[in-house]
Structure formats: C-alpha cells, structure tokens
Design a protein around this ligand. Structure first.
Ligand code: ADP
Ligand code: MG
Ligand code: MG
Length: 207
C-alpha cells in the first residue's frame, strides 16, 4: 500500500491514543464519557487489519478503514467516521498517489459522508463544526495553488476556530443535545477528534 497513506493512518492512531483521556474527559462533560475510548478502540483495530505490505490502492485502504471503524467504534462516532472513510473511498477510484487535490477530495467526501449520515449542519455542535470550515479552507488554499502543507495549515487553523466555536453554542445533535443550553461552554469531543486527525495528517505531510 502507499507508504504515505499507511504512515498517516498510523499517525492518526498514535495521536488518538495520546488524546484518549482528553477526548473522554470532554465527552464526560456533555456526553457519556467514551469518545476517546471509542476512537482508540476503532483505530487500534484498523492498525491490526492493515499492513504496509498489503496490495491495496488508496480507495481500498480507506474502505477497509471505514468498515473497521463501523464495526468497532460503536456510539455515534463509529457510523459517522465509518461513513466518512467509505465516502472518501468511493470518491477515489483509480487514484494511486496521495497529492494535495486527492487529499482535498478525501476531506470533502468525508464531510459529505458525515453530513449524510448524521444530518448535522454547521452550528449543531458536532464534528461538522470543525470539518466543514477545514474543508472549505483546504479547497480555497488549493485553488490559490498553495502547497499541500499550506493547504493543511489553513485547514487546521479553520478547524481550531471551529472547535472554539463549539464552546459557544448549544448542541442540537447527538447525546450532548439532551443537555440543551447546558452544553454551552463545553468543547465538542467529536469536533476535537476531527482536529486531532487533521493534525496527524499534517505531521506526516511535513516529514
Ligand atoms: P456517543 O455519543 O454515542 O457516545 P461518541 O462519544 O463516540 O458517541 O461521539 C460523540 C461525538 O459524535 C459528538 O461529540 C459529536 O461531535 C459527534 N456527533 C454526534 N451526533 C452527530 C451527528 N448527528 N452528526 C455529526 N456528529 C455527531
Ligand atoms: Mg460518547
Ligand atoms: Mg457512547
């Protein structure tokens, strides 16, 4: 498999594990305290199912990741991240190298997958609040002929603002929505895991 793709999945897993308690603590405040646990379980399972020696193109790799997340993460985030990777897989048929435009396609398709599955829009205090601005920023930077790293930097800056924004709003989707206005003041765990994943991608691009 593409070594950059493999390194990225490995880095995502590493960073999710490092942030397991942080994500779980955030989820304890406005959910059921398992987001870090769910995500770590999912990506750890992914790493056991793929290897650098696999004869898989990018699309097939993303499909395997999506299927594994669907079957192991559980909770709301499992089907959502699962759909993200499956949608990205479907958007990348016949693509063999991970370039900036391909990464743009992956991010855009992931967002579509999450929105189709979860029906959340910006302002609902979900992963969409980090991923949508990140996608927009990436695609805009790409249109200005920015490098892949620059595109990713713009995406991450936008995702950070998105995560901050989730503190100021009440949840309208997911468990946190049961709290209504009491969810205000708390950072959304799913938006935070989106940011962590983007930061992992950036680290690998920057090598
Ligand atoms: P659960 O809430 O089932 O325990 P997790 O804790 O793993 O699942 O994930 C919670 C995160 O999932 C939330 O912080 C939020 O970002 C995201 N989420 C929940 N519902 C939706 C939805 N409909 N659309 C997008 N994201 C959602
Ligand atoms: Mg939870
Ligand atoms: Mg749960």
């Amino acid at each position: 498999m593409d070594s950059l793709v493999y390194a990225t999945i490995k880095k995502i897993t590493e960073k999710i594990e490092q942030n397991k308690d942080f994500l779980t603590d955030l989820d304890r405040e406005i959910g059921d305290g398992d987001h870090g646990i769910n995500m770590t379980r999912g990506f750890t399972a992914v790493l056991t199912k793929i290897s650098l020696d696999d004869d898989l193109d990018i699309s097939s790799t993303l499909k395997k990741v999506g299927m594994t997340l669907l079957s192991t993460v559980g909770g709301a985030s499992g089907p959502l991240y699962g759909s993200a990777f499956l949608k990205a897989s479907a958007a990348l048929k016949d693509i063999t190298t991970l370039t900036a435009p391909v990464l743009g396609k992956i991010l855009t398709a992931s967002l579509t997958g999450i929105k189709e599955r979860g029906k959340a829009v910006k302002g609902d205090k979900t992963m969409v609040d980090a991923l949508e601005p990140a996608c927009d920023a990436f695609v805009f930077a790409l249109s200005q002929n920015a490098s892949c790293l620059e595109c990713m930097d713009q995406a991450i800056a936008a995702a950070k603002l998105g995560v901050e924004y989730t503190k100021s709003i009440a949840a309208k989707k997911g468990r946190a929505s049961y709290l209504g206005a009491r969810s205000i003041g708390h950072q959304d765990p799913g938006a935070t895991s989106v940011l962590i994943i983007l930061e992992a991608i950036r680290e690998v691009i920057n090598r």
